[in-house]
Design a binder for this molecule. Sequence first.
Ligand SMILES: [Ca+2]
Ligand SMILES: [Ca+2]
Length: 395
Amino acid sequence: MKKGILSIVVCAGILLTGTGLFPTANAQTRAKRGTAVSRSSDTKKPPVSDAKRSSIQETFRARGAGQLSPTDACTTRTPVTLGQPVDANLTSDDCRLTDGTYIDYYTFQGTAGQAISISMVSGSFDTYLYLLDNTGVTIDENDDSGTGTNSRIPIDGGVMTLNYTGTYTIGANSYAQSTGSYILSLVTDARCATAPVMYNQAINGSLATTDCPVNFADQSYYTDLYTFNGITGQQISIAMSSTAVDAYLVFHTPTGAGSLGDDDSGGGTNARIPASGLFTLAETGIYTIETSSSGPAQVGSYTLTVNGPAAAPVSVSGKVLTSDGRGLRNATVSMTNSAGTTVTTTTSSFGFFTFDSVPSGDTYTFRVNSRLFRFATRTVAVTDNVTLPDFVGLE
Ligand SMILES: [Ca+2]
Ligand SMILES: [Ca+2]
């Protein structure tokens, strides 16, 4: 393998070509652009053998088990830098998969929530591209989503969101057994940054020409990206409404399986996933929402709401002690929420107290009243069941 780093930095915008949104889609069950393992779905060629994928995993397993010699081409993994295209060659000395094709491996450090795209371009062979996790499991793969027989991840332009922080591997491969030069690019686009979204809270956003561009049929669409942490079994709904643009939502699951797009399920031209009721999450991880428009180049304000689980009530407990450390009975403990509402309780014979059914997600101030001692006041943000530090009487 012979390669050098090109000094030019490819503008991410150039790489954001390909197919994009479903401008006329109105069925929320329609597949989204760029499903996780989208191999060959964009080509009329026969798909590559699944043996390719297992062959890669076997390489990772053998490498991890120290079963590959240091001179084995399959041990080589070259770091690739964001924004610095790599000019390299597939040669007959490279790591070989069971289907006879050669593969070069590259690694990079990714961050959960980071938006990236990868492209592989060759003038001498039909490229095939893999994005792998740190155990060699395929996160995404692509044959021809670039121009001609070139490859691009994600499949439909735009960016994909990484779902963990750590090492990722890119496999630069070919559709059929071939050798020759290629250029590999790992890029991000500052316009495609993601923002965290909170449940049950309307977000006022706006689509602008400076937003993340997604291209479809030579038209540009603008999109904002939001992420949230979902848990298997959680039930959510996502709604985007706008009087300025024809709202369009794309919902990406952590692995890409079961991702959805929706145009008008929210009534009028508003988008909603699902069309009614709630959607049950099938995975735990980072979900990404794209707020975009159904028509090209639309700009203007919109409102996004992700309805999720209401914060569950929790309990807050603690202990009140005399200045010499004995439990203090019959002391009055008060708890005041951020709106100024106060509830009280009394300590048990050993000085314990508990407040049950406390709405989480608020800040509370706790005061202890006793004829015998003074106590410091405590203010605590309550997000889960909590035991407060002991209240110890002051002399
Ligand atoms: Ca290809
Ligand atoms: Ca719409």
